[in-house]
Structure formats: structure tokens, C-alpha cells
Write a protein that binds this ligand. Structure first.
Ligand code: G6P
Length: 514
């Protein structure tokens, strides 16, 4: 019997826009979560009956949701799940978009998920001034609850539906709920399924770090409790790194008074287990790596090769320091630029011999703090250019236009890759870079990225707040003998390739069934 798997995430694997004649055109959904999760979902879809539930973001998404969303008679593959070349955008997986009222969606996504939960888990608050939990927040929180309830209702409906699209029988559903947008959905879904004789199992996965209890306690009491209890509605709670799983267990103990066990290192059991309100949740670590063969194959395409040539022409034999990020507060782009400034100031031997390519793509511009941060990053970049530029040397290129093939090319050509987040659940660029590297590249990596746990030994680890240490690591990376750089790159690439998306998702399904 085929396995039935339901995936739920805020952003979906496909998004729509209106063509000039008003027709709906589908394109692959953006963002790091989709880049990581979609290949895994596509791989399990080869042997399981999979559906993906996500939120409509735009008017075109809402139109698609209305046309193909709710009617069970609809075709399984609505137009638009293939792109113009016939490529299955969502890996051939049918997508159900939820048409959540725009105000509710905005409050849940921008005001709660991205302005509060993201900030708590990445410890980003400017605490003398933020956060402020007043009546407006409580209105937003009600929207977050309604938004999670809409997902839980759709998941319950799908989980209780019988059989596959071709009429054959399927096993009871396994539900994989993604990230901090949907922290309440596991419990809400469990409540909706109460009384059923079906063996439906639920997993939740956090792609972010998890805050330690002292910081997490900033949240209003009932909110902090509801988020933990929401995730504990799942049978399995997954994290990218042991640190985040441990912090979650600590919060369950300190804030809920739940019964927590931690089997300890070397145990074959998961990292921990929580018993709360009579329900057991296994807590486990599943680091997400990259599909190295697919990535290397993509890097051979003409568009990437053309950019590699263009970058070589701009660099003219100079060493390249590369970073590729969304302009996201947690990515610490400003301190990365300050570290580069310090490198040029304190080690003048690099002036004229190095070029920093900083790709900082737009992100979450609906949030005012992000717009201000983008301006701040631009100003620092301009100052560095003005301070050090000579008639025949430009020290820095800051590029804010998103261009995937160009990012791949920059990683392929880099001598040093800088990944210095304040905190990061995992970080894919730190893993993609070494896989794509053609000459060997030194990785300067924040010790606060989840990826530090899997890549640490071969990377140059830094404290992300310490720009002097970061500048010294940039120097070490630039000056590193070629043989050592290549050896480290091979080790980094092997670690990144060890848990590709298909294995990452397969392992979670296997732990749900243990
Ligand atoms: C990054 C984070 C994920 C998060 C996603 C949301 O990829 O690592 O944890 O789900 O951003 O991005 P979005 O653009 O959808 O707000």
C-alpha cells in the first residue's frame, strides 16, 4: 500500500503571477525553506502519495487557490505546477493553496511569525525598545491562531480523505509540518483528529534556532506556553542542530513544567523526549544538507558558466571573498562588511589584491526594520569603496538583485566564502559553497550557525560579533596554502553532501514510524 504524506509550510513550492492576458502562470516558490525541502518532497513523491499545503501570498495565488484549491473534482495537477519548459515546479506534487483572508495572513506572517517569533529564536530584539506586547500584538496573535487553524483544518480534511488519486488504497497519513509559522498547527490538528481510529502521525520541523529559556521568556506567558504546547501536539519535533533541540527541551521543562528526558550522547535514542498532557513527543536532530550531484550539474549550465567567466574578468586574478545572503537581520551583513574594512585597514598587503563580492538580496521588505537595515548595509559598502578605492582597483561589489545562476557562479569562483550569521538554524550557503567550489575555498563560518556542528572542523569558525576575529579569519583564508584550502573544501563538501534533502525527509518519516 502506498504511503500517504502531507507536507505543510507557509510558503509553497509554487507561486503564481498573472500573464498579460490575465492567465495564471506558475513559477517555483522562492526562499531557503523551499530550496531545502522541495527536493526531498519530490524524492519521496516517487513512492508515496504526497500533497503539499501552503498559504496563498499574492492575488494571483488567491485566484489559483479559488480555481483549483477546494474542489475535490479538480485535476490533481492544476496548470502551473509545470513551468514554461514543462518542468514540474513542485516535483509533480499537487499543491493546495489556502486562501486565508489577507489581513489575517499579514498579521500572522509579518507581525507574529517574522516580527516576533523569528526575532525571539534568532535573539534579534533591541531589548531596551522592543518587543512591546500590547493590545495590537494580541490582535495579531488571534490572527496567528486563525491562520494555524486554517492549516490544521485543511490537513485534517486531507488526512481523513480515503485513498490515492488513482483510487488505490493508501496507508494512514504522515503529516510533516514546517517551521515557526505553523507552531500551533500540530496541536490543533491533533484535536481535530481526536476520536478517529486512524493511525495518523504528525511531525513538526523547526528550520530556525530555538531560543534558550531566559530569552524565550520575553514572550507573553500564554503565548510562550501555546507555542510549546502547539509543537508538542506532534509525535516528532525535529531541529537542524543539537543545540536547538536542547534549548527546546529546556523551554518545555522550564516554562511548561513538562516531563523531559535526555538520553545523552551515544544513546541510540533520539536527543530527547517530552511527555506533556499525557502525549509523548520525540525530539530529534536532522541536519539538512545539499543534493551535491544536482547542484554540481546545475553549475555546468550555460548561464552559470557565463557568469563564472564574467566574474573572472572582473576579478582579474585577484582573490575573491564572496558572501551570498538575503538582506536579513540575522545574516549579520553589516558586521561582515566591517570585518572586510578592518582587513583592508590592518593588513594593507591585501589592498589591490582582493575583491569582495557581497550578494545581499531583498528580503521581508514589508517589515520597516529590514528596509532600514538594507540602507545601512548600502551605506557601509559605499564608505568602504570611497575609503579604499584606487584608479585601478574597486575593493567591493555589493549586488542586491537576486540572481540564482550568478550566486552559483560566485560560489564556484570564491577563494573565501564568508557566512557569519548572528544565529542561523542551519545555513545552506555554507554547504553549497564548498560543493560548488572549483579551486578550493576557505569557509569563514559563524559558530552560531547550525551548520557549524556538521562543518566545524574544516571551517574557520568565528564569533559573529567579533569583527577583528572575523577579519583575521578572512586573512587566514586568503593566505591559506592551496593544498590546505583544497583539503578543507573536500571535507566540507563531503559533510554537506552527507544528508541530502531526500535522506533528511526519509529519516523523519522513518522516525515517525519507529
Ligand atoms: C529561511 C529560513 C526558514 C524560513 C524561511 C521563510 O529560509 O531558514 O526558517 O521558513 O526563511 O522565508 P520567507 O521568505 O518565506 O519569509
Amino acid at each position: 500500500m502506498r504511503q500517504r504524506v502531507l507536507v505543510a509550510s507557509n510558503r509553497g513550492p509554487v507561486s503564481y503571477w498573472f500573464g498579460v492576458d490575465g492567465t495564471l502562470i506558475g513559477q517555483r516558490g522562492g526562499g531557503g525553506l523551499i530550496a531545502g525541502v522541495a527536493p526531498g518532497v519530490a524524492a519521496i513523491a516517487a513512492h508515496a502519495e504526497v500533497s503539499w499545503i501552503c498559504a496563498a501570498f499574492s492575488d494571483a495565488d488567491r485566484e489559483a487557490a479559488r480555481r483549483w484549491g477546494a474542489d475535490p473534482e479538480d485535476p490533481a495537477d492544476p496548470p502551473g505546477t509545470q513551468d514554461a519548459q514543462g518542468f514540474p515546479i513542485a516535483g509533480g506534487v499537487p499543491v493546495r493553496m489556502l486562501d486565508i483572508p489577507p489581513d489575517t495572513f499579514h498579521r500572522a506572517y509579518n507581525n507574529v511569525a517574522n516580527s516576533v517569533l523569528w526575532f525571539v529564536h534568532h535573539m534579534l530584539f533591541d531589548s531596551p525598545n522592543q518587543p512591546l506586547f500590547g493590545h495590537e500584538f494580541h490582535r495579531d496573535w488571534a490572527s496567528y491562531l486563525a491562520y494555524n487553524d486554517a492549516f490544521a483544518a485543511a490537513l485534517a480534511e486531507e488526512a481523513m480523505a480515503d485513498g490515492a488519486r488513482d483510487g488505490s488504497a493508501t496507508a494512514d497519513a504522515r503529516v510533516l509540518i514546517q517551521d515557526y509559522h505553523l507552531s500551533l498547527a500540530p496541536r490543533l490538528l491533533r484535536e481535530k483528529l481526536e476520536g478517529t481510529s486512524r493511525d495518523i502521525r504528525i511531525a513538526h520541523f523547526s528550520h530556525t534556532p530555538w531560543a534558550p529559556p531566559d530569552y524565550y521568556r520575553m514572550l507573553p506567558r500564554e503565548v510562550g506556553r501555546a507555542l510549546l504546547e502547539g509543537i508538542l501536539g506532534a509525535d516528532h519535533a525535529g531541529f537542524h542542530a543539537e543545540r536547538w533541540a536542547a534549548a527546546f527541551l529546556d523551554c518545555c521543562e522550564a516554562i511548561l513544567g513538562a516531563e523531559v528526558s535526555r538520553p545523552g550522547p551515544g544513546s541510540p535514542d533520539p536527543v530527547g523526549q517530552v511527555i506533556h498532557r499525557g502525549h509523548v513527543t520525540k525530539v530529534d536532530v536532522h541536519p539538512l544538507g545539499v543534493d551535491a550531484p544536482a547542484l554540481r550539474a546545475r553549475a555546468q549550465d550555460d548561464d552559470v558558466r557565463a557568469y563564472v567567466t564574467a566574474i573572472d574578468q572582473v576579478a582579474r586574478g585577484r582573490k575573491l571573498i564572496v558572501r551570498v545572503d538575503r538582506t536579513e537581520l540575522s545574516k549579520n551583513i553589516a558586521r561582515g562588511l566591517e570585518a572586510y574594512r578592518e582587513l583592508l585597514a590592518t593588513r594593507p598587503e591585501w589592498r589591490g589584491r582582493v575583491l569582495h563580492l557581497a550578494f545581499a538580496y531583498p528580503s521581508r521588505s514589508a517589515i520597516p526594520g529590514y528596509r532600514a537595515y538594507t540602507d545601512h548595509v548600502r551605506r557601509i559598502a559605499q564608505d568602504i569603496t570611497e575609503e579604499f578605492r584606487t584608479p585601478d582597483w574597486n575593493p567591493l561589489i555589493l549586488e542586491v538583485r537576486d540572481d540564482y545562476p550568478r550566486s552559483l557562479a560566485a560560489c564556484a569562483a570564491a577563494d573565501v566564502l564568508l557566512v557569519n550569521p548572528i544565529r542561523d538554524g542551519m545555513n545552506l550557503v555554507a554547504q553549497e559553497g564548498p560543493v560548488l567550489s572549483e579551486r578550493g575555498c576557505a569557509l569563514v563560518l559563524s559558530r552560531e550557525a547550525g551548520a557549524a556542528a556538521t562543518l566545524g572542523d574544516a571551517a574557520l569558525l568565528v564569533n559573529p560579533y567579533d569583527i577583528s576575529e572575523t577579519a583575521a579569519a578572512l586573512h587566514q583564508g586568503l593566505a591559506m596554502p592551496d593544498a590546505e584550502r583544497r583539503r578543507r573544501t573536500e571535507a566540507l563538501a563531503a559533510a554537506a553532501a552527507a544528508s541530502p534533502p531526500a535522506r533528511w525527509l526519509g529519516d523523519q518519516l522513518a522516525s515517525l514510524d519507529r
